[in-house]
Design a protein around this ligand. Structure first.
Ligand code: FE
Length: 285
């Protein structure tokens, strides 16, 4: 991974906003807030990380989704999910769930611990118009199925989806051809990850500090900062400071379709939103 020809530049650096969702879970909304409405095909990114049970215990009781996918990556803690089609499971630390809501589910996501830290990410990924009404689908990936790459150069990569060198992540069959990497850097370690030309890409730093972009255009991000990359270029270079770094690097093909959005319903037209609300109220999810 040492030869890089076209490293992407950082287009924008920003922080999320502190908010609460569900029944009062404190979180940081990074994408899907006034300063960054969406980042096609990504609709939302929440970073949650709470030490106190009172800040997460109420969880996310029953709520619907239609027209997109939710991707939950647990770093610490446990979350039980259960939907109205009889699907349920326990997301444990290090696991990822890629849930394609398609035409609709109603589910709950509830912490299954009463103390200790809970941390992770939830990413919302849009579905193309042709897939918005497909049958719901779950990919629950246990921590041990996530592909780990440790090249011995201080760069440790967990491949959740997409490709890093010869390693291919376990998530499959997703419309936007996603890349989802969790990258841990030892102090002063540096590396690069390949990106598909034209795909939207961002990095969110959650430990230490990391520099992205290379050369004159390099930008250094602290923990809690998001870098949005320019669309052009087939790789991104990264380097850690004196204390190491950990970040997620996520990319996907933009859909370039109209977006009509109302809470947990994301469709293409206002009429489809009205239909989604009607179907939900009539119990047709
Ligand atoms: Fe949900």
């Amino acid at each position: 991974m040492s030869t890089v020809t076209a490293s992407r530049r950082v287009a924008r650096v920003m922080r999320g906003i502190a908010t609460a969702d569900g029944a009062g879970v404190k979180l940081t909304r990074v994408i899907g807030q006034p300063d960054l409405d969406m980042l096609d095909p990504f609709l939302l990114l929440d970073a949650f990380g709470a030490d106190e049970a009172v800040d997460y215990l109420a969880g996310f009781p029953d709520h619907p989704h239609r027209g997109f996918e939710t991707v939950t990556y647990m770093l610490e803690g446990r979350m039980r999910h259960r939907d109205n089609h009889g699907n349920s499971g326990l997301l444990e630390a290090g696991s990822v769930q890629w849930m394609t809501a398609g035409r609709g589910i109603v589910h709950s996501e509830m912490p299954e611990q009463e103390h200790g830290r809970m941390a992770g990410f939830q990413l919302w990924v849009n579905l193309p118009a042709s897939d918005k009404m497909i049958a719901p689908r779950y990919q629950d990936i246990a921590a041990e199925r996530i592909v780990r790459v440790d090249a011995g150069d201080g760069v440790r990569v967990r491949v959740l989806a997409g490709r890093y060198g010869d390693a291919v992540g376990p998530v499959n069959g997703i419309a936007i051809a996603p890349l989802y990497l969790d990258i841990e850097l030892a102090p002063h370690a540096r590396g690069a990850a390949p990106l598909s030309e034209g795909h939207t890409a961002f990095a969110y730093v959650f430990e230490g500090a990391a520099t992205f972009g290379g050369g004159d255009a390099a930008r250094t991000l602290a923990s809690g900062e998001l870098a949005v990359f320019e669309r052009s270029g087939t790789a991104v270079e990264f380097a850690a400071g004196a204390h190491g770094a950990r970040f997620i690097l996520v990319a996907g093909q933009p859909l370039n379709e109209p977006v009509a959005r109302y809470g947990p319903f994301v469709m293409n037209t206002p009429e489809q939103i009205v239909e989604a609300i009607r179907d939900y109220q009539a119990g047709r999810f």
